[in-house]
Design a protein around this ligand. Structure first.
Ligand SMILES: Cc1cc2nc3c(=O)[nH]c(=O)nc-3n(C[C@H](O)[C@H](O)[C@H](O)COP(=O)(O)O)c2cc1C
Length: 315
């Protein structure tokens, strides 16, 4: 049977983005996509989300930057990246032949920095959408994360919305009591979609040295350990917003992705599972198609949000 896995983001915006399927890479776990072009058939995934990119190059956090945990990893990379100008020069020309559209993840320490990166992307070639990583400190406000406060999250979203014609995804942090409140705030501020979750803050201590293992002391937990938390948050957010929800956190196979879709997600992202097995993202995409064909489901829309309470905004 014919299965339609396509997803549209930014419907009604000047540059809507049609994805062939709903499986994207997660920011920071897939480089700038070009590193994987010879390794994987990228024309079988929905899109590449890049490493978060800032205005100026960033060296990142002190070593060590990651440690294994049961069913996951804890990392504090510190958004090391070459800066937007170098990304435009080095990677953007190569994105044309990549096989998948590129969504640039944007990070910054101030609203002005987000605006400046978005403006430079507006003139760049081969970028199909922006994803705002708002789990970055707002130094003007004393080091708090933009994403933990609905007001701050809305502020950075509306500022970027004002300067970009690209579909705008805002990536939410799970390190909050009420993620739906932040999701509603960024939707009202002009986000075309929300993605969740970023990593959960954690710490691992080396008892021999009596010190935290990571150079940054704390880090972000990812992998299968966080999947139930992420699925629950997607389920909550899908009941609270009308824009598409992109779910991620611990996806290792198509069945994991289906959990997010049944919780209300329109698309998913595959992150740290790709470190051990780079082909995971392609297998998840292929697996969703195979599942639909086997179950006689012609579109994932038929099962999207099937566990949401009836009458939910997304159901
Ligand atoms: C090594 C590493 C680097 C990451 N870098 C970024 C980043 O630059 N920007 C971002 O928004 N998220 C970043 N993340 C978070 C992932 O995109 C994702 O939200 C998180 O890992 C949960 O998904 P997963 O369990 O599938 O890995 C990073 C995660 C890891 C493990």
């Amino acid at each position: 049977m014919d299965v339609d896995l396509s997803v549209e983001l930014g419907v009604g915006t000047p540059r809507p983005l049609l994805l062939r399927n709903p499986v994207l890479s997660a920011a920071g776990t897939f480089g700038y996509g070009v590193e994987y072009a010879r390794l994987l058939p990228l024309d079988r995934i929905g899109a590449v989300v890049t490493k978060s990119t800032t205005l100026r190059p960033r060296a990142g956090a002190p070593m060590p930057r990651w440690v294994e945990t049961p069913s996951g990893m804890l990392n504090a990379i510190g958004i090391n990246n070459p800066g937007i100008d170098r990304v435009r020069r080095t990677y953007a020309p190569k994105w044309k032949g990549l096989g998948a559209p590129v969504i640039l993840s944007v990070a910054g320490e101030t609203v002005e920095e987000y605006i400046e990166v978005a403006l430079r992307v507006e003139e760049a070639e081969n970028v199909s959408a922006l994803e705002l990583n708002i789990s970055c400190p707002n130094v003007h406000e004393g080091g708090m994360w933009f994403g933990t406060d609905p007001h701050q999250a809305a502020g950075v979203t509306s500022a970027v919305r004002a300067v970009t014609s690209l579909p705008l995804i805002v990536k939410l942090t799970p390190n909050v009591a009420d993620i739906s409140g932040v999701a509603r705030a960024v939707e009202d501020a002009g986000a075309d979609a929300v993605s969740l979750v970023n990593t959960l803050t954690g710490m691992v201590i080396d008892t021999a040295s009596r010190r935290p293992v990571l150079g940054n002391r704390t880090g972000g937990l990812s992998g299968p350990a966080i999947r139930p938390v992420a699925v629950r948050m997607v389920w909550e957010v899908a009941q609270s917003v009308d824009v598409p929800v992109i779910g991620l956190g611990g996806i290792t196979r198509a069945d994991d992705a289906l959990q997010f879709i049944m919780a209300g997600a329109s698309a998913v992202q595959v992150g740290s599972s790709g470190f051990g097995r780079p082909s995971t993202i392609v297998e998840v995409a292929d697996g969703l198609g195979a599942w639909c064909a086997e179950k006689g489901v012609s579109s994932l829309a038929d099962v999207r949000g099937c566990v949401l309470p009836s009458g939910s905004r997304c159901s």
